[in-house]
Design a protein around this ligand. Structure first.
Ligand code: IMP
Length: 419
C-alpha cells in the first residue's frame, strides 16, 4: 500500500511505478482526475490522472468502488495511452464507482467562484460535488451507464435540480438535457470492456498468491476525516480506505509505505506552518519544479514538517517511508526541520494539534541541520550519500520511529536508492 504522507504531490507515481514492476495488480481506491501522477520512463514523460501507474508495466490496473470517474477524462487517457503503444486491455473499473457528471464540474467551479476569498482551491474537476451526490444517494454509478433508459431518467431528474442550483444560486449557465444525455450515451460502448467486479478481482488475485499494490491519491493531510478540514479533498486517501474503496478486508494489507517529500508542498488554500518565507520559497519551487500536474498552479513550498509526518505515520500505520526529491535540497547550506509546534499558549508539542485553532496558530520549532551542498546525481547507493544527507534521513527515522526504505534523488525511474 502506497500512500501520500503530506498534502499530495509527494512523488507517489514514481514509487508506485518502481514497485509496480514486482506486482501483479495495481489498484486505485479513491479520488478521481484531481490526482496527477507524473512518471518519467525511458526518456518519456507520462502524466496520469485516472490511470493507476502500473499501466506502464502492462499490469492489471483497477479503479475501485471508492473512486469517482470522469468518463471523458478516462477515455482520453485510454486513447492517449493506446496511441503511445501501451496495452490498456487490463484496465478495470468497478461498476460501483461514481461518475463525475458535467454538472459536478460546473458546480465545483461555480461554488469556488462564489466562495471567493473563502474558496478551498479545489482542482475544479467536480470531485466534491460528485462525492456529495454519492453520500446523498443521488449519484450516477458507472454501471448505470449501461442501461440507457435508467441513465436518461437519472440524468433528467438530476439535471432538473442541478440547473436550479446553477442558475439561481450560482448565476451560471444551465446545462442542456440533450447535450448531457447524448454525451453520456456515447461513454458506454468505449467503457464496456473495462468494467469489472473490482472487489472480486482483487480478492481472487490475493487468493492466487498474487502481489497487489494499492495506490493512494492525494495525501494524508487532504483526508476528509483527518486532514486539515475544510481544506481537504472529498475522499479518504488514508491507507485504511484502500479496504473499503476496493472491497477487501483490512487484514489483507500487510505493508504501508508512506511517501513524503524531503520538504513539503501544498496547492490550494489552508494553513501550512512550515511554509517558507522569503526567497527560499521560490528557490525550492524552481529547484523542485513545483507546479501542479493537473492545474498548473504553483505549489506552496515548506521545510520538512516532522510533526505532520508523525501524525501521518500514526493515521496510516506506515511500515516504512519513501523520502522523495532529496536532491532538491542539495543547494542549501542549512536546512530547517520542524520537530515541534509551539501552540498559542506557549507550550511545545511533537503531536499534531487535534483542534483546528491550535493548528492554524501553530508556529514551527526548527532544528537546523547541515546541508550537503553537492549534487546527488552520481550517487548510486544509499551508502554513497554525503554524510549530511544521510544524517538528514536518519533524523527523520529517529523522530518518527519508521525506517526510510527508499530515497528519491531525481525524476527518472532509476533515481531511487533502496536502503
Ligand atoms: P479537490 O480534490 O479538487 O476537491 O480539491 C480539494 C483540495 O485538495 C485542494 O486544496 C486541492 O488542491 C487538493 N488536491 C486534490 N487533489 C490533489 C492532488 O492530487 N495533489 C495535491 N493536492 C490535491
Amino acid at each position: 500500500m502506497i500512500v501520500g504522507a503530506q498534502w499530495g504531490d509527494e512523488g507517489k507515481g514514481k514509487i508506485v511505478d518502481l514497485l509496480a514492476q514486482h506486482s501483479d495488480v495495481v489498484v486505485r481506491y479513491q479520488g478521481g482526475p484531481n490526482a496527477g501522477h507524473t512518471i518519467v520512463a525511458d526518456g518519456e514523460t507520462y502524466k496520469f490522472r485516472h490511470m493507476p501507474s502500473g499501466l506502464l508495466w502492462g499490469k492489471e490496473c483497477v479503479l475501485g468502488a471508492g473512486c469517482v470517474i470522469d468518463p471523458d477524462v478516462f477515455i482520453e487517457e485510454l486513447d492517449d495511452a493506446e496511441s503511445r503503444g501501451l496495452d490498456t486491455s487490463r484496465v478495470r473499473v468497478s461498476g460501483n464507482a461514481h461518475v463525475i457528471m458535467p454538472w459536478h464540474v460546473a458546480i465545483d467551479g461555480a461554488s469556488e467562484r462564489r466562495l471567493g476569498r473563502l474558496q478551498i482551491g479545489t482542482t475544479r474537476r467536480g470531485i466534491g460535488p460528485a462525492y456529495a451526490d454519492k453520500s446523498s444517494r443521488l449519484g450516477i454509478r458507472v454501471q448505470d451507464l449501461f442501461d440507457q433508459k435508467i441513465l436518461r431518467q437519472k440524468i433528467e431528474v438530476a439535471l432538473a435540480e442541478k440547473n436550479l442550483w446553477l442558475e439561481r444560486i450560482y448565476g451560471a449557465e444551465p446545462l442542456e438535457l440533450e447535450d448531457v444525455a447524448g454525451r453520456a450515451e456515447r461513454w458506454a460502448p468505449r467503457l464496456r470492456s473495462h468494467i469489472a467486479d473490482a472487489s472480486l478481482l482483487v480478492h481472487q488475485a490475493l487468493l492466487d498468491g498474487q502481489d497487489v499494490l494499492f495506490e493512494g491519491a492525494q495525501g494524508t493531510l487532504l483526508d476528509l476525516d483527518h486532514g486539515t478540514y475544510p481544506f481537504v479533498t472529498s475522499s479518504n486517501p488514508l491507507a485504511a480506505a484502500a479496504a473499503t474503496g476496493t472491497g477487501i478486508g483490512p487484514n489483507r494489507i500487510d505493508q504501508v509505505v508512506g511517501v513524503a517529500k524531503a520538504y513539503v508542498t501544498r496547492v490550494g488554500e489552508g494553513p501550512f506552518p512550515t511554509e517558507i518565507e522569503g526567497p527560499n520559497q521560490e528557490r525550492v519551487r524552481d529547484l523542485g519544479g513545483e507546479y501542479g500536474t493537473v492545474t498548473g498552479r504553483t505549489r506552496r513550498c515548506g521545510w520538512l514538517d516532522l510533526v505532520a509526518l508523525r501524525y501521518a505515520a500514526r493515521l496510516n500505520g506506515f511500515t516504512s517511508l519513501a523520502l522523495t526529491k532529496l536532491d532538491v535540497l542539495s543547494d542549501f547550506d542549512e536546512l530547517p526541520v520542524c520537530t515541534r509546534y509551539r501552540l498559542p499558549d506557549g507550550t511545545e508539542t511533537p503531536d499534531f494539534p487535534a483542534h483546528q485553532s491550535d493548528f492554524h496558530h501553530a508556529d514551527p520549532v526548527y532544528e537546523v541541520v547541515d546541508g550537503w551542498r553537492e549534487p546527488l546525481d552520481e550517487v548510486e547507493s544509499a551508502a554513497g550519500l554525503p554524510d549530511a544527507a544521510r544524517r538528514y534521513v536518519e533524523l527523520v527515522e529517529r523522530e518518527l520511529g519508521v525506517p526510510v526504505s527508499l530515497i528519491g534523488t531525481g525524476q527518472e525511474r532509476e533515481r531511487a536508492l533502496a536502503r
